[in-house]
Design a protein around this ligand. Structure first.
Ligand SMILES: [Zn+2]
Ligand SMILES: [Zn+2]
Length: 278
């Protein structure tokens, strides 16, 4: 399974849209991996996870085509993830032929917002519910309940292709017990996990700071959910978190966690996992 992190920034990106914070100014000056567009990911070039406001640019920059999408999966309806109006460009008059080959998956709030705005959209739309697996072509995509935006069924996703399993956990917070119990039945070959708050924890319950990211990863390892060989990348970093890219790398390196960045592509293969340490 080939995974591309199209965007790895939190709600207002890095540099923060209207921010003069140290992290924002460092990013403006140094560019490169310090620049983070809003969080989204692409699996095998065909499963789009969230549509960020920068979706068009993200795809062009990484050399992908939206016409290769077979499914668009929304985690929740915060604006940094739910730029669904971008999907109108798949339709006439922006294309010559009626073009709606991909399925949109979203929770109740997401699907109702789309239906209210665009009652005539020809896309197939399928309701996603936490803990209920979705079969999409060769994939099984299972939403799990995030501890985030609790007024709706906000998801993280387990994405399985054959023997390979990815856990995509952006906007997650610290999971409630039922999510941990559900995860117990899985062996994860790759993990993408948020670390929004860096070293500046905010009062909002729905995000992890850097220390909590390490704790959640530790718990996934301890419970045998995360394979020892599984690559781990962070995402959804906020400018307000107080750490630039290199500082994030220094923080996470001792914990065996890599820091994600926009455009990063990596592959995982669950068919030959290396033996777990006893
Ligand atoms: Zn977000
Ligand atoms: Zn969110």
């Amino acid at each position: 399974m080939k995974i591309t992190l199209l965007g790895t920034g939190a709600s207002d990106g890095i540099p923060g849209f209207f921010s003069h914070s140290e992290v924002s100014e460092h990013a403006r000056q140094h560019g490169g991996k310090n620049i983070r567009s809003r969080a989204s990911a692409l699996i095998n070039g065909e499963l789009q996870i969230d549509v960020a406001p920068e979706c068009h640019h993200q795809l062009v920059r990484s050399g992908y085509r939206a016409t290769d999408w077979t499914g668009v999966f929304f985690t929740h309806t915060h604006d940094d993830h739910f730029a669904y109006r971008e999907l109108q460009y798949a339709l006439i008059p922006f294309v010559d032929e009626p073009f709606a080959p991909f399925t949109i998956y979203g929770n109740e709030v997401a699907l109702s917002a789309i239906a209210a705005d665009y009652p005539d959209w020809p896309f197939e739309m399928v309701l996603s519910k936490s803990f209920e697996p979705i079969h999409h072509q060769q994939y099984t995509v299972t939403p799990i309940k995030a501890h985030h935006m609790l007024e709706q069924d906000a998801h993280n996703f387990l994405i399985q292709e054959g023997p390979t399993t990815l856990l995509y956990a952006t906007d997650t917070g610290v999971w409630e017990d039922r999510t941990w119990e559900f995860l117990q039945d899985f062996k994860v070959d790759g993990l993408i996990i948020e670390s929004t708050d860096g070293i500046h924890k905010t009062p909002y319950y729905g995000h992890l700071d850097a220390r909590e990211t390490v704790e959640v990863v530790g718990r996934l390892r301890q419970h045998g959910i995360l394979r020892a060989s599984a690559p781990i990348f962070t995402t959804h970093h906020a400018a307000a978190g107080g750490l630039n890219h290199d500082q994030l790398v220094d923080f996470f390196a001792p914990h065996g966690i890599d820091v994600g960045y926009d455009g990063l592509t990596f592959e995982i293969d669950g068919s030959t996992p290396s033996p777990e340490p006893s």
